[in-house]
Ligand binder design. Structure first.
Ligand code: C5P
Length: 237
């Protein structure tokens, strides 16, 4: 398995319009103070070069591209992500068990580092009605649990979930399964468009392993100070 370069719990979501802004921001963060999430917008604009730059700077990068395709294609895409040196990569659990297993086997077959492989269950933007239109008639909560169990059966390392789901997932899926949660806000920070949030320490108490935080850090006047304050809050338990 790839050796993580830090034990940071915070993954900063690099939701910037372009690579120049993202690079200036990242240059102000000491590697080890946090990990970095590169998502579809930034990756589609800037490509793998920007990811390599952050990896070469010593950062742990979560490549959040949520792969979902036939097993062979997803397996090769995960290998390509591993070749960039990323720390974590993800797929959609609704691609099914065989797709997830193919991704895991592709990564296990690699020499040297292996990124953590996690899955997205149900996007939090999906309502029960949205699921029903797709022919899924159980509640979003039940579908999350079903897909999280399938993810574990397929041998993946964890799931992305809402902090509100973390306690139940931890209870039902056990300790050896990473829970990565957005929807986290330091006390007093603006909620932005997140409707149900937990504070960093509440999210960890609920069972989260890694907290994805974007705007409260990326849009702060002093991002490093905000990050350090959160890290201190977490260290104090
Ligand atoms: O700025 P903020 O902290 O809200 O950013 C959270 C990050 O996590 C964004 O990149 C957002 O796309 C992502 N995310 C989320 N909720 C989900 C899944 C991903 O906020 N359910």
């Amino acid at each position: 398995m790839r050796q993580a370069r830090s034990d940071a719990k915070i993954i900063v979501a690099l939701d910037f319009p372009g690579g120049a802004e993202a690079s200036v921001f990242v240059d102000g963060l000491p590697p080890g103070s946090c990990r970095l999430k590169v998502g579809k917008e930034l990756f589609t604009r800037e490509g793998p070069a920007l990811v390599r730059r952050f990896v070469d700077q010593g950062h742990d990068v979560f490549l959040d591209l949520k792969f979902h395709d036939i097993p062979h294609t997803v397996a090769r895409a995960c290998e390509a992500a591993a070749a960039l040196g990323v720390w974590m990569v993800n797929v959609h659990a609704c691609g099914g068990r065989r797709m997830m297993q193919a991704a895991r086997e592709a990564l296990e077959g690699l020499e040297g580092h292996r990124p953590l492989l996690i899955a997205v269950t149900v996007l939090t933007s999906m309502s029960g009605e949205d699921l029903a239109e797709l022919g899924v008639t159980v509640t979003p909560e039940e579908q999350v649990m079903r897909l999280a169990k399938l993810t574990r059966t397929a041998g993946l390392d964890g799931v992305v979930c809402s902090p509100r789901e973390a306690a139940r997932l931890r209870r039902e899926l056990g300790d050896n399964f990473a829970l990565v949660t957005p929807g986290v806000r330091p006390r007093g920070a603006a909620r932005d468009d997140q409707s149900r949030v937990l504070s960093p320490s509440e999210a960890l108490s609920a069972g989260s392993d890694f907290l994805v935080i974007g705007r409260p850090i990326t849009q702060a006047e002093n991002p490093l100070a905000v990050l350090q304050a959160i890290n201190q809050e977490l260290a104090a338990g």
